[in-house]
Ligand binder design. Structure first.
Ligand code: 5GP
Ligand code: MG
Length: 188
């Protein structure tokens, strides 16, 4: 057991967050997942499909951790309003069909929460006929599940509380933080 470090508290806009996953723990887990993907897709030239904006930090570390020789494309969906997930998923930037076709796609997501984003996006991706889809998410909130999603690799399963850092934002802020912070639920 590691000794618990004292919490660091940060403020973004009007909300306070306390340290939750350290940069070291995140990097260690990313290295493990990268090694497993490298084993699974040895000899392939996968397409890394990065879900913008939140997954860009995780993706840049993970892609380098796999050491696989792949291509990169970006997708953008939007569903969040403030700290609440919405059912209305918009595909703001779709994937390039020519890059997806017949490729082993490694779909990289920051967090699977309600599951609505993946429920909407995975069928759209499959229509483009990839050879396979491997879904990797840094974070998963099992208690928040509204629709089940089959996830191939989960970095960390976390409670149903809003988090920021390592690519994830609160109304635009916090993406640059190397660690992950959890919302402090204050009595008002
Ligand atoms: P879902 O559609 O599964 O509810 O949510 C997926 C998206 O909502 C994620 O890709 C992420 O952008 C956003 N999201 C879900 N939970 C959180 C959270 O705790 N913090 C932040 N910053 N974004 C979240
Ligand atoms: Mg996202």
């Amino acid at each position: 057991m590691k000794p618990n470090k004292p919490d660091t508290v940060i403020q973004l806009h009007q909300l306070r967050f306390h340290s939750y996953l350290s940069a070291t723990d995140i990097q260690e887990r990313v290295r493990q997942i990268g090694a497993e993907l490298a084993e699974q897709l040895r000899g392939e030239t996968p397409l890394y499909l990065v879900m913008l904006k939140g997954a860009f930090v995780f993706a840049s570390d993970l892609i380098r951790a796999t050491g696989l020789n792949g291509e990169v494309d970006f997708v953008r969906t939007s569903s969040y309003v403030g700290t609440v997930s919405s059912r209305r998923i918009k595909l703001l930037l779709p994937p390039d069909p020519e890059l997806v076709r017949d490729r082993h796609v490694i779909l990289i997501e920051d967090i699977v929460d309600s599951g609505y984003t993946m429920q909407h996006f995975l069928p759209e991706l499959r229509k483009l006929r990839p050879a396979s889809v491997t879904l990797v998410t840094l974070l998963h909130k099992p208690e928040a599940t509204k629709v089940p999603v089959e996830i191939d690799y989960v970095g960390f399963s976390i409670p149903d509380k809003f988090v920021v850092g390592y690519g994830l934002d609160y109304n635009g802020l916090g993406r640059q933080l190397p660690a992950i912070y959890q919302l402090v639920e204050e009595m008002i």
